[in-house]
Design a protein. Sequence first.
Length: 79
Amino acid sequence: MSPAVLRAGPYRFYFVSHDLCEPPHIHVDRDAFSAKFWLDPVALAYNLGFPAKELRKLESLTTENKELLLEAWHEFFGT
């Protein structure tokens, strides 16, 4: 399991080390649900189980923390 970059309520935001070849993005999990958001610009890449209302909340959280997440991406991957 990759370390969390951000935690917000029940949500865990994290990177996966083998994703270096993809554009900057963040994975978000809660229980058995998972989503992936591109970071620049913020956009949903995929969703596994989150209802639409919750996805909108996750997109807002990602947008609010975009700079922090991009900085963490570049630090994590050394780019």
